[in-house]
Design a protein around this ligand. Structure first.
Ligand SMILES: Nc1ncnc2c1ncn2[C@@H]1O[C@H](COP(=O)(O)OP(=O)(O)O)[C@@H](O)[C@H]1O
Ligand SMILES: [Mg+2]
Length: 250
């Protein structure tokens, strides 16, 4: 598997707080890579650096083997990384297709005027949605009529609309019940099936063990361990996070 994204020895301080202290992570193309760790471990800081929201003090970030500097969220998006933050930032009073195309509406020219191309936005929105979920079929439906899991689907469609090949999800199941959580895990699997690389931040060990190919555990700003294969179980994840152990137990 080629390496899609790597961070090399990244440091980030907020004043006197050392949020990241030499973090090197490799995310392989096409995998679901989860980032776990206790509160304050540095997960969100790492994601903000990938998303261009924060810049590292030291260290480098490579996408497809090329060093990149993301000064803004747009720079990250242009490089093919789309981040879905925990708050989702969907507009509940607007329709599904309007949410998917928010800020980047498709237009057409009619007699020299630029008009919104609603028909194309609706059909493109349907195309993105059908990659993820076949129960959401009315692109005119208002987002406030959707469940939490369905709203995640809308936010993910927005990422697909930007042609992202890396989708980063920050705690996508944090506010959801059991059934909705299962729907979101299914969305994550669909992304992988469609060839996307997924970075998933989660506290929910069962969710992570159910979908992730590999898991990196952060602890006080450092990589504690990366788990994969048979060692990637919910019990093992909890064990490492609680104990702080760095050696693999077989
Ligand atoms: N904007 C900020 N200003 C000051 N300290 C921050 C800021 N953001 C995060 N921190 C601190 O950096 C550390 C890592 O935080 P964070 O990356 O949010 O961890 P996690 O997402 O794993 O809970 C914590 O000690 C947190 O309090
Ligand atoms: Mg966080």
């Amino acid at each position: 598997m080629p390496v899609k994204i790597s961070t090399r020895d990244i440091y980030k301080n907020y004043g006197a707080v050392e949020a990241l202290r030499g973090v090197s992570v490799e995310v392989h193309e096409g995998e679901i890579h989860a980032i776990c760790g206790d509160n304050g471990a540095g997960k969100s800081t790492l994601i903000k650096i990938l998303a261009g929201v924060e810049q590292p003090d030291q260290g480098s970030l490579l996408v497809d083997g090329t060093e990149r500097h993301f000064d803004t969220p747009n720079a990250s998006l242009r490089a093919g990384l789309a981040t879905i933050h925990q708050d989702l930032a969907v507009a509940p009073d607007m329709s599904i297709y309007q949410n998917i195309f928010m800020g980047a509406e498709l237009t057409r020219r009619v007699l020299g005027l630029r008009l919104l191309d609603k028909r194309r936005m609706r059909s493109d929105a349907m195309g993105y949605m059908s990659q993820l979920n076949d129960t959401i079929t009315d692109m005119n439906a208002k987002v406030n009529a959707l469940s939490g899991g369905q709203r995640q689907a809308v936010a993910i469609c927005r990422a697909l609309r930007w042609n992202a090949n890396v989708v980063i999800l920050d705690e996508p199941t944090a506010a959801l019940g059991v059934r909705e959580t299962e729907q979101v895990l299914e969305l994550v699997r669909s992304l992988k099936k469609n060839g996307k690389t997924v970075i998933l931040i989660s506290h929910a060990m069962n969710d992570v063990a159910a979908v992730a190919d590999r898991v990196t555990i952060l602890r006080t700003g450092k990589v504690q361990i990366t788990l994969e294969g048979g060692s990637l179980t919910a019990d093992n994840l909890s064990h490492y996070i609680l104990s702080g152990e760095v050696n693999r137990v077989h």
